[in-house]
Design a protein around this ligand. Structure first.
Ligand code: SF4
Length: 477
């Protein structure tokens, strides 16, 4: 009797984002850690390996807690209530693409520097982190972890002889890569976004409090109203009186990551003014206009592709059904004794809705195909559950090239599309037919022009010349 579900390690389900970050500041001391917890909970899809919160207290002290596991596991008992009331705090969820997956690499990074206690958390990948680390080692700095955040923290401190904000500015001008970061020091909250805006970051408000979040869904979870996106290359400083100062790095050239719309971001988020839901729905509509397939039903692979499947159904008139159900984040992770066990414990269970698909010719929409392993398992599951034909449509082009900016697809060898044609991929995953949306259609669905987005994993054209840094960095870890 074939099983009607499959269990997929989270690492295999699709490319993972490196991290999600939250920042919060209030004009009164309050339980901001609880707000940050809810914000992190909403960003859980951006990182499931570790979570942490740091809050400022007594003007110059910082209390923090971080551990391996999901947000609800790390803060499952008294950990949250032990964090004191505060004016300012930051939080982080992590998925490791650089640095090993253990608690020493969890964030926020808290250190004692030129201006007392500081906590910093970041999302992204610093291409020249190796070069900077070498420079800092020569200058006498010591490192505890292998994560970029510690390199960023060291560099900020190095340049903070006058004040923290000038340290952040000089450090950001030296960093090459993709990053969004939040930092607290002396009851002030800072945030910065890289000059290409590769990583998303938004700012919101609730009464006399301000919040930063990697995605607007994090603001929603904290009951904050989105004000705007942090602009590419912008550094923002907010104090407890609610005074906001903003400055900009040089050489700003927006190239935000188009993969946020394809897969990484939650469908209810808005990034750089574009609704993720709307872009995915539009991709589905365009797939229906491009590929007319004789089929009985259309379905999407949860979660990102469900919206595109609705768009396809609405244009083609082919009924939308649920073919797959998803049970998210099975298993407790941080209590597992070994790293291998911890990693394999983070799994997604996908089950087939047999009655919806039996004897049906199915159009299955997927957001992207990266390694191809999950796709193959899903198609096998759907066939075992009775689907007569499976025609696969992908709401992004073929992923042919690695990402150097913190999304977990860092070698060409990992990618099924790097060396195979559409026909060969179709055969390998076991579909009856396979088509991808062209890059120009995806860009149009995200309301961009040729210049708006980084699309490096699709066309090999990156907004930064990073390969030289990338090789050096690997050798230093
Ligand atoms: S290479 Fe792809 S995943 Fe990486 S930043 Fe560019 S668009 Fe995003």
């Amino acid at each position: 009797m074939p099983s009607d579900y499959i269990v997929i390690p989270n690492k295999e389900l699709g490319p993972n984002e490196e991290c999600g970050i939250i920042g919060a500041i209030s004009n009164t001391e309050k339980e901001l850690a609880r707000d940050i917890y809810y914000g992190l909970f909403a960003l859980q899809h951006r990182g499931q390996e570790s979570a942490g919160i740091a809050v400022q207290y007594n003007e110059s002290s910082i209390a923090y807690y971080k551990n391996m596991g999901l947000v609800s596991e790390v803060f499952s008992g008294e950990e949250l209530s032990l964090l004191p009331k505060t004016f300012a705090g930051i939080g982080h969820v992590r998925y490791s693409t650089t640095g090993s997956s253990n608690v020493i690499n969890a964030q926020p990074v808290v250190f004692y520097g030129r201006h007392g206690r500081v906590a910093v958390a970041h999302n992204g990948n610093i291409a020249n982190a190796g070069v900077i680390k070498e420079k800092m080692l020569k200058a006498g700095h010591i490192f505890q972890s292998s994560v970029d955040s510690e390199v960023i923290a060291a560099l900020i401190n190095y340049y903070s002889s006058d004040n923290i904000v000038s340290g952040i500015r000089q450090a950001c001008e030296e960093l090459v890569g993709a990053y969004a970061l939040v930092l607290i020091s002396e009851n002030t909250l800072y945030a910065a976004r890289d000059p290409q805006g590769l990583k998303p970051l938004v700012i919101g408000k609730r009464d006399n409090e301000y919040f930063f979040a990697s995605e607007s869904c994090g603001l929603d979870a904290m009951d904050a109203t989105m004000i705007r996106d942090v602009s590419p290359g912008e550094i923002i400083m907010i104090d407890t009186a609610g005074k906001i100062s903003s400055s900009y790095m040089p050489k700003i050239k927006r190239r935000s990551c188009i993969f946020e719309y394809v897969y990484l971001a939650r469908s209810d988020s808005i990034i750089d003014g574009i609704g993720v839901y709307e872009s995915r729905y539009e991709c589905g509509k365009q797939l229906a206009q491009l590929y007319k397939i004789d089929a009985d039903i259309v379905a999407g692979v949860p979660d990102s592709a469900l919206v595109s499947a609705r768009g396809y159904s609405d244009v083609s008139g082919i009924p939308y059904v649920d073919a797959l159900g998803k049970n998210r984040y099975v298993g407790r992770t941080f209590i597992q004794p070994t790293q291998t066990m911890r990693e394999s414990a983070v799994k997604i269970k996908l089950s087939a809705f047999r009655n919806n698909i039996v004897n049906k010719r199915l159009i299955l929409i997927e957001d992207s195909i990266v390694r191809g392993t999950t796709c193959k398992k899903i198609i096998r599951l759907l066939r075992q559950s009775g689907a007569k034909e499976i025609h696969m449509l992908v709401a992004s082009p073929i992923v042919k090239y690695p990402c150097y900016f913190g999304v977990d697809m860092d070698t060409r060898e990992q990618l099924i599309g790097a060396f195979k044609s559409e026909e060969e991929i179709c055969k390998e995953i076991g579909a009856d037919s396979l088509h991808y949306i062209p890059l120009s259609n995806l860009t149009a669905a995200c309301k961009g022009t040729g210049e708006t987005y980084c699309k490096g994993c699709f066309d090999g054209k990156y907004p930064l010349d990073v390969e030289q840094y990338y090789c050096r960095k690997e050798s230093l870890e």
